[in-house]
Design a protein around this ligand. Structure first.
Ligand code: MN
Length: 253
């Protein structure tokens, strides 16, 4: 679903308290961006470009790996100790060839910094993370045109979304249920739309949270190996050689 390459969805789960670190240790990325969207729980991030941060419920971390970095992603310590509900999405957003080797970057997008489009008739709110909704822009800077929203809809909402038919568009039902163009979809399901129309009609019969993704496809070859997302096999081999040569920097476990 270019430019979105991967969605890693941790649906809602209750973690018991622990003193052991939970998460993913030091690993490299090159050629794309990781976008982590928190619905429940808190995670901490550190990378070899010197960026770190903690995001919690409703927040987003937009990390541009681009030319390459090492990072680690863990449940934030006090959350781990206390335990609790955890629910997150991580997206891999591809970069076009001309931006794959630009410098790494880190955007911490707290919920209060998002575009906040209040819907009429108390239907809820569209939180704009990237792109725009009806003139309300989101704070994320992106390398290609993408729209990323959390639609937090009340029961009885009726909302229309419009995207160019050439864009690839999908919606994850994070909470509740919704009816998309007449078809009901339940919690934890993902809807991938055909590229044959511009309008999406959404109706709800309960309070619902939707992760809305739409973007202009990057029409380039894709070569992927583990944590690298490049255009050619040779670039993957170069990425591995560069990691082994220490060119992705240093980060302690
Ligand atoms: Mn990672």
């Amino acid at each position: 679903m270019s430019p979105f390459f991967l969605m890693d969805y941790n649906s809602k789960v209750e973690f018991p308290p622990t003193d052991q670190p939970r998460g993913v240790g030091v690993h490299p990325h090159r050629g794309f961006e990781t976008v982590t969207i928190a619905y429940h729980g808190r995670i901490a991030h550190h990378d070899s470009a010197g960026n770190s941060g903690i995001i919690g419920e409703g927040d987003v971390q937009w990390m541009t790996a681009a030319s390459g970095l090492l990072h680690k992603e863990y449940h934030e310590r006090s959350f781990s100790k206390a335990g609790g509900l955890f629910q997150m999405v991580q997206l891999w957003v591809n970069l076009p060839a001309k931006y794959k080797m630009t410098a790494p970057k880190y955007q911490e997008i707290l919920r209060e910094k998002m575009g906040n489009h209040v819907l009429p008739d108390r239907a809820g709110v569209i939180e704009v993370i990237a792109g725009e909704y009806k003139g309300t822009p989101g704070p994320a800077s992106t390398f290609t045109p993408v729209h990323v929203y959390n639609a937090r809809l009340k029961s009885g909402a009726h909302v229309e979304l419009n995207f160019p038919s050439s864009y690839n568009t999908g919606i994850l039902v994070v909470e509740g249920t919704a009816v998309f163009n007449g078809e009901p979809v339940s919690t934890d399901h993902f809807v991938l739309f055909n590229n044959d129309g511009e309008q999406i009609s959404i109706e709800t019969n309960e309070d619902t949270i939707l992760l809305v993704l739409s973007g202009e496809p990057i029409l380039e070859s894709i070569a992927q190996y583990g944590p690298f997302l490049m255009n050619t096999r040779e670039e993957l081999e170069q990425a591995i050689a560069d990691v082994n040569a220490g060119k992705f920097g240093v980060l302690e476990d």
